[in-house]
Design a protein. Structure first.
Length: 224
């Protein structure tokens, strides 16, 4: 059962050693329109000692630089997962190397966000993870075959061409998928059956050779 409207906002713990970055991110995510609450911590140790004990929070584990990212992925991530098994951890880093992304996901992270991302992408990623999905940057997500078959996602001309591949209803479904909404919610908002939504999702995936909902979001990025 999903959260009813008006329910408590989703709690987010932000772990980042850089005070300015931590405070900026905390304020952005706590804006009224995001439906999130956020608390910042300078380290995993401080997070462990805090009183942020709402069940199943989202945890953003932030790191800058390769060495810091390796520590976050190979040490801090395990501490967070062991300390709060219900937490959905997202690694946020300026390092987009495939080895780090894979290591993060294998270590229990539910997402990996590049620090080069726009804020709306970050919000969409968090919502996707909150809904039970997994989010990774396009650079670490796409195989060369998928990348070659989806060059339309990298130019304005291509995006217009891509839009013609979808029906109006499919475009509406894609828009909802990009916001991390599950099929049941999409069906309700678009006034269609949940089975119909599933059919649309399958057809969308086939058209752009996407393997999951996360890839749909990335491969259709320029459409929105």
């Amino acid at each position: 059962m999903g959260k009813p409207e008006g329910d408590l906002k989703t709690p987010i713990a932000i772990i980042h050693e850089n005070a300015l970055s931590r405070h900026c991110l905390t304020r952005c995510l706590a804006a009224p329109e995001t439906n999130f609450t956020s608390v910042g911590y300078s380290s995993v140790e401080e997070w462990q000692q805090g009183d942020f004990e709402i069940s199943g929070p989202i945890v953003l584990l932030c790191a800058t630089g390769r060495k810091s990212t390796e520590t976050a992925v190979r040490q801090d991530l395990d501490v967070v997962v062991q300390s709060s098994p219900e937490a959905r951890v997202i690694v946020v880093s300026d390092c987009e190397e495939r080895t780090e992304i894979v290591a993060a996901l294998e270590g229990g992270a539910k997402g990996y966000i590049s620090m080069c991302s726009e804020l709306d992408v970050v919000l969409a990623a968090i919502r996707l993870v909150e809904a039970g999905g997994t989010f990774v940057p396009a650079s670490g997500l796409l195989s060369s075959q998928a990348h070659n078959s989806s060059t339309f996602a990298e130019s304005d001309t291509g995006s217009k061409r891509a839009a013609s591949h979808f029906t109006p209803k499919q475009l509406e479904v894609i828009d909802r998928l990009r916001q991390g909404e599950p099929n049941k919610i999409i069906a309700y908002k678009l006034n269609m059956g949940e089975c119909t939504v599933k059919v649309h999702v399958r057809n969308i995936m086939r058209k752009i050779k996407a393997r999951n909902r996360t890839e749909i979001a990335f491969l259709t990025n320029q459409l929105f």
